[in-house]
Write a new protein. Structure first.
Ligand SMILES: [Zn+2]
Length: 105
């Protein structure tokens, strides 16, 4: 077994940050059930779809309870959990569409 997924899941929200030209993210709604996390992600996406500010992405990520509790809001780290492991992909930048835009010219 190569799978070493943590003991829980969270809904990850990626937010655009115009003045930094980057992306910030936060983790919400920790649960130990993948199915529940996926359901919540759908509900979360639906919730924000009607708002003036929308997340760039709403995804489900595997994350341990301790990591979830220690994680702050407005995080810009590229090493934080992504949904890549759930898709059987290598984490951190290996997923198309998650690359950060280049610096403004
Ligand atoms: Zn983070």
């Amino acid at each position: 077994m190569t799978s070493i997924l943590p003991d829980g899941y969270a809904v990850r929200l990626d937010w655009p940050v115009a003045r930094h030209g980057g992306v910030r993210h936060e983790f919400t709604q920790f649960t130990t059930s993948l199915r529940r996390a996926l359901r919540r992600a759908v509900g979360t996406q639906r919730y924000w779809a009607t708002g003036p500010v929308r997340p760039l992405a709403v995804t489900v990520v595997p994350i341990g309870r301790a990591d979830y509790d220690a994680h702050g809001r407005d995080c810009a780290s590229l090493t934080c959990p992504t949904m890549a492991p759930l898709l059987g992909l290598a984490p951190a930048g290996a997923v198309e569409g998650t690359a950060l835009p280049g610096p403004p010219s």
